[in-house]
Design a binder for this molecule. Structure first.
Ligand code: 2BA
Length: 109
């Protein structure tokens, strides 16, 4: 068994949740915050049998797309003014960042 942990953009989270339910996969959605942008994103925990991992990856790919996002300039207050970038910078936020972990034990009571 594997635990798939997928960090996706909030804009894609409902579509992905619906697709997982439609294909009878069970998932838990967590409201999370990206460490770099400090903006909300959504993390899915999806427990599946080993042979189902590829199908879940396909569903994630089909429902999550990458987008460009502007990062607002951060005030140099007390920091190094040489490193201060006074204009917004665009970064590409991926459709999904996915980790696949082995599960040692799975029990439900
Ligand atoms: P954030 O940390 O808010 O990062 C958003 C996007 O900013 C990233 O998109 C990347 O394009 C850029 N970025 C992140 N750190 C950067 C840095 N040190 N310098 C320059 N640009 C940087 P993604 O790579 O697609 O990541 C989207 C979200 O997935 C991340 O949001 C974070 O919540 C999660 N994530 C990505 N890699 C991770 C990892 N190795 N471990 C845990 N979470 C991760």
């Amino acid at each position: 068994m594997k635990m798939i942990i997928a960090v996706v953009q909030d804009k894609d989270s409902n579509r992905l949740a619906d697709a997982l339910v439609k294909h009878e996969f069970r998932a838990t959605k967590l409201a999370t915050t990206g460490g770099f942008l400090k903006a909300g994103n959504t993390t899915f925990m999806i427990g599946v049998e080993d042979q189902q991992v590829d199908r879940v990856m396909e569903i994630i790919k089909e429902n999550c797309k990458s987008r460009n996002q502007l990062v607002a300039p951060v005030s140099p207050m007390g920091g190094n003014a040489d490193a201060y970038v006074p204009y917004p910078v665009e970064v590409e936020v991926g459709g999904a960042t996915v980790f696949v972990l082995p599960i040692e034990s799975f029990q439900q009571f």
